[in-house]
Design a protein around this ligand. Sequence first.
Ligand code: S3P
Length: 163
Amino acid sequence: MSTIYLIGFMGSGKSTIGKALSRAMNGSYVDTDAYIEEKHQQHIKDMFAELGEDVFRTYESEALKELTSFDIVSTGGGIVEREENITVMRENGKIVYLQADFTDIIERLQHDDTRPLWNPDEIDSMKALFERRQAMYKEAADITIHTSGKAILDIVEEIRQLT
Ligand code: S3P
């Protein structure tokens, strides 16, 4: 089967849903962020601090090309920042956008200090990033799934029916 790519903002549930989907479909699963951390033996937050975002984005594009044989791939929220990534995903499978409300994102990330681009003290600029990315996710996606207020297994079922 071709790969299902889950895209969406930080905290939109890509990893949780990716794992549940892989169980339901009995398919192989990988998370690009986890793969990058394992491959480069460094936490993403430290990569951003020590090497800068551009180096991370290059690692991310390389990872995407290396992971084309998986059935389900959860991506980092910034995967749409490079057009070449969208091309790779389009050519190799289906892109599913998990659209969560910004209020849900704030709640899920309120105690998170692992994400270098998330700062709960700057909610206006977080909202601006969310809005900018939202347009990019919609443009890139083959399928958009609204996740707010839905149970994980219902979202999984929706993805299975639409892909
Ligand atoms: C990023 C999202 C993160 C991670 C990195 C950059 C982004 O992944 O790839 O911190 O630019 O939105 P999650 O979407 O899994 O949090």
